[in-house]
Design a protein around this ligand. Structure first.
Ligand SMILES: C[S@@+](CC[C@H](N)C(=O)[O-])C[C@H]1O[C@@H](n2cnc3c(N)ncnc32)[C@H](O)[C@@H]1O
Length: 338
């Protein structure tokens, strides 16, 4: 005797779930109210906006209706049927870019954005990823830019949550939900570095959670693993103190900028300076993507650059005291101040 396996519930990748959601959500008065609050939280001038878990692109349209100055709107989503609808809804619209992306991975976009919005999507991610995502959002916002998350949140008690689910026509909830309470999420948003974090509106299990991008300098620490084989180059120079300013400028132009311009394999360059009195000891560490790419650099070009530096500062202004190269697996930390 064979027993039929239970059918797994549909996911956001399934047409049935998407069609059911889109048929229901537009009719909810609480949703409309939440969208009005989302609009109220936007900055007066929005030119670039990012929508996390954009679905059929509904929120992008809401933002653009309220802020017609939007010049670039990017919507990210993982669901093929949602992506197909979002693309069809914005076909031929040069302002809207719909990108397939799983929000469980780091965001594939570069800032700055005036607004990062999201509607009922982030609660599908594990809590750890929510926290990391909030930190990525902070990095994408211009100072004073706004993160507005119209979200499904966990009500204070199971009884209240069950009532909420019944009211929105979703008894039992969504098996893909990973809900968190309002206070917990506001704490994560603050920890991520957002300013003016608050819950601006709440109706049962719907909430508008907002925070602002920070101004000034912020240190974003990132740990990178350079995949093997990488080449790390250590060069130590001694530069006459009285020629140091000129050497620094010329070195930047003829080496750092010239290398970065010509060789995408140059991953980074770090410099430390130690004051020895009459001389400055300069340690330079350069990371190369691979040994092969580093070795392929034309030595004739290197000699030309060195000649330019000598012409700019004079041969007696500096001397190379150590040159080391190694390859292997490296971890390095970068701190970006923005
Ligand atoms: C409830 S719908 C909301 C859609 C739209 N933002 C709205 O306001 O109507 C949730 C959306 O989140 C998307 N989503 C869920 N998990 C995701 C993930 N890991 N990465 C990207 N999108 C995801 C789904 O595909 C779906 O489009």
């Amino acid at each position: 005797m064979s027993t039929a396996l239970p059918t797994p519930p549909p996911t956001w990748r399934d047409e049935t779930k998407v069609a059911e959601y889109l048929g229901r959500i537009g009719r909810l008065e609480a949703r409309a109210e939440g969208e009005r609050e989302l609009v109220a939280a936007l900055p007066p001038d929005v030119r670039r906006v990012l929508d996390l878990g954009c679905g059929d692109g509904r929120l992008i349209d809401v933002v653009r209706a309220a802020r017609p100055g939007v010049e670039h709107a990017i919507g990210l989503d993982v669901s093929p049927p949602m992506l197909a609808r979002a693309r069809a809804n914005h076909a031929g619209d040069p302002v809207v870019e719909i990108v397939e992306h799983d929000l469980r991975s780091p965001l594939p976009v570069t800032g700055p954005f005036d607004a990062v919005v999201s509607g009922f999507a982030i609660h599908h991610l594990p809590h750890e990823r929510k926290r990391a995502l909030f930190a990525e959002v902070v990095d994408l916002l211009r100072p004073g830019g706004v993160f507005v998350n119209l979200e499904v949140v966990r009500c204070a008690t199971d009884t209240l949550h069950t009532e909420f689910e019944t009211l929105i026509g979703r008894p039992g909830g969504d098996p893909e939900d990973v809900l968190a309470g309002v206070d917990e999420q506001l704490g994560w948003m603050r920890d991520a570095g957002l300013a003016d974090v608050d819950c601006q509106w709440r109706w049962r299990g719907f909430a508008v959670l907002t925070g602002r991008g920070v101004g000034g300098w912020r240190n974003t620490k990132q740990l990178h693993r350079l995949e093997p084989p990488v080449a790390v180059e250590l060069l130590v120079f001694e530069v006459r103190t009285d020629a140091f300013a000129a050497w620094q400028m010329a070195e930047h132009e003829h080496w750092t900028l010239a290398l970065a311009d010509r060789f995408p394999a140059m991953l980074d360059k770090q410099t430390w300076v130690q004051d020895l009195g009459e001389w400055q000891r300069v340690s330079v560490v350069i990371g190369w993507r691979s040994v092969e790419e580093w070795q392929a650099i034309d030595t004739g070009w290197l000699d030309e650059q060195e000649a330019r530096l000598v012409a700019a500062v004079g041969a007696d202004a500096y001397r190379l005291v150590h040159a080391g190269h190694e390859s292997g697996v490296h971890w390095y930390r970068t701190s970006e101040y923005r």
